[in-house]
Write a protein that binds this ligand. Structure first.
Ligand code: ZN
Length: 226
């Protein structure tokens, strides 16, 4: 079953929900155009769309797929999802080529012993931040390089005044294979701590509720890479 995290935010994919190779995937449906944040490796796509439907959102209504970075556990289903529902794919410019070329190394597909199906990136984020739509309730994407050069996080301000941070691979890992930069990552993590988010939706470690829990998780990751 899809899991409700807060008003308009649902966990719809992950190892326990869709396929063992999937990151945690989140649906944001706050009344504006629904957004899916990452889509898993591919084999779990049918189940992911079932979970989207459980939330009351029709798959065809998903307007945007945000790929937080090029890794296959986050982006592997992107090409097939775009074919099925016609969503636009948004990713940061610095990871977009790896997605469009199906780069096995930059996407970590070689770690998984598989291939990344190339997917067109319809909109490339450049610069430090980008608001997905015109409303204040829309998601804001922030460039947080480190894990990969084009890693993005998304931030949602809920109607009841909470700040939700979708920080998919805050924990790393890091490898020259996919262009990691530990110094850039430390700067990015300090930026995320400064956001003082109320909820953190992470890509593999689950959901953290409460400002102190969010801060503690990010600080623990920083402390592990002194
Ligand atoms: Zn990753």
């Amino acid at each position: 079953m899809a899991q409700r995290i807060c008003e308009g935010v649902f966990l719809v994919g992950g190892p326990d929900l869709t396929a063992s190779s999937d990151c945690l995937c989140y649906l944001v449906n706050t009344g504006a155009a629904p957004v899916l944040i990452d889509c898993g490796a591919g084999p779990g796509l049918d189940r992911l769309l079932d979970h989207v439907a459980e939330t009351g959102c029709a798959a065809l209504d998903i307007e945007t797929l945000v790929l937080t970075h090029a890794h296959i556990d986050h982006a592997g289903a992107a090409a097939e999802l775009r074919r099925r529902i016609g969503c636009r794919i948004v990713a940061h410019h610095a990871d977009a080529d790896a997605i469009e070329e199906g780069d096995r190394v930059r996407s970590a597909a070689h770690w998984y012993g598989t291939d990344l199906e190339p997917a067109p990136v319809d909109f490339r984020v450049t610069g430090k931040s980008h608001r997905l739509g015109p409303d204040l309730s829309d998601l804001v994407l922030l460039h947080t390089p480190g894990h990969t050069p084009g890693s993005l996080v998304a931030v949602l301000e809920t109607e009841d005044g909470h700040r939700v941070l979708f920080g998919q691979d805050i924990h790393g890992p890091f490898s020259p294979d996919f262009g990691s930069d530990i110094d850039e990552w430390k700067k990015s993590m300090r930026d995320l701590i400064a956001l003082d988010a109320d909820i953190l939706c992470e890509g593999h470690y689950g959901v953290f509720h409460g400002r102190s829990a969010v801060r503690e998780f990010i600080e623990d990751q920083l402390a592990a890479h002194v």
